[in-house]
Design a protein around this ligand. Sequence first.
Ligand code: ARG
Length: 464
Amino acid sequence: MAKMWSGRFEKEASALLDEFNASLPFDKNLYKQDIQGSIAHAKMLGRQGILSVEEVESIIEGLKKVQDEIESGQFEWNIKDEDIHMAIEKRLTELVGEAGKKLHTARSRNDQVALDFRLYVLQKDLHFVSLLENLVTTFIDLAKKYKNVLLPGMTHLQHAQPINFAYHMLAYASMFKRDIERFLDSYERNNYSPLGCAALAGTPHPVDREFTAKELGFEAPTINCLDTVSDRDFALEILFNIATMMMHISRLAEELILWSSYEFGYITLSDEYSTGSSIMPQKKNPDVPELLRGKTGRAYGNLMALLTVMKGLPLAYNKDMQEDKEGVFDSVKNAEISLIILNEVLKTMKVNEERMYRATKIGHLTATDLADYLVQKLHIPFREAHHITGRAVALAEKLGKDISDLTLEELRQIDSRIEADVLPYLDVGRSMESRNSFGGTATQQVEKQIAYFEDFLQKLKKSS
Ligand code: ARG
């Protein structure tokens, strides 16, 4: 069978070339965008008098038929068609005859693939925004529910200062809010239409790129065609945004894994989202967060792969760029399911408030508060206060208790200036509430943070 581009060739392509060269096995994923773009292009050609009204109508009807065939599974995929663009055009021409052959006027596969792939990525940018909205909502719900639940805040994975669980959840709301902003930002920066750029230099045909841009929902046409057909920044951006988001997911996943261990016991993952062991009957494993953590590696890999493909490519289109799609499809698919399942895991997990509270009584979490007492009430210089507190910690260790359980007498053995008003300073709940500086863990601040994220989501809904 002769190829669409076979005019200048004398021998047929080898089957090996067909297999190596084709993108059809994966770019069939872009059939909808391809048809959408072709419909806009045909309408434009009609408006510009390049195609007749009848030709435009038969092309549009034909393209809809092709879409039906693909969606109902009747479409015959043939690797010899090379890519989705030629597969659809060939079938269209079988269906509508001569008019089908005119569709590619003033267009090249170079602007066509740039258009299809960009449309796909832009749609996914917005899909991630909506999936992330659901996730941020879950963190807000958890924060509202667990405002009074204390747990040890950590640095270096060592007990540091008491915080509340709401505050910890809102730290994640902050991260995923930035992810939302990144996807939106990428959407806006890249929302410009490549269609009509043709191979690399524009076209002598009187195309109306403004029209097709508006028709397809873009802000405007791109300004320089040489750049447009060789630009894959939009794809790199979604890969980077996904990689960063997966890094956030992975950090949370790591905490979920730790927290669901016997050692922590802070949470119990729902049976629905836990797995068993084939040999150890007692086991309940956190496979979901582990996979989330694992998939992050692939997301990074896909970003590195495309950065490397693009590096050093001379302008404009080079076939190397056909390698742009599979990594993006892979990252998108994995990130979508990751966000959905993570949200379910969070909504169904049990928070073990008692275990968290018990953990706040280990590791002398209120040691800084004792030092602050010595400074604030007794006007002892902080360095000295730090030293006195260190001795209190040593005494507590010797007595086998937490600093918050030292008696007044014990504390006065360390420094006789200490008075009874020290005792509230050692209380973990009071310690948490005392960190009432802007952005801190105190309930009042947490409430401000909840209001802030709710407002953010509200504005987002209004603007979409
Ligand atoms: N299948 C190609 C790709 O995915 C489409 C563009 C091909 N253009 C070309 N001049 N060979 O990148």
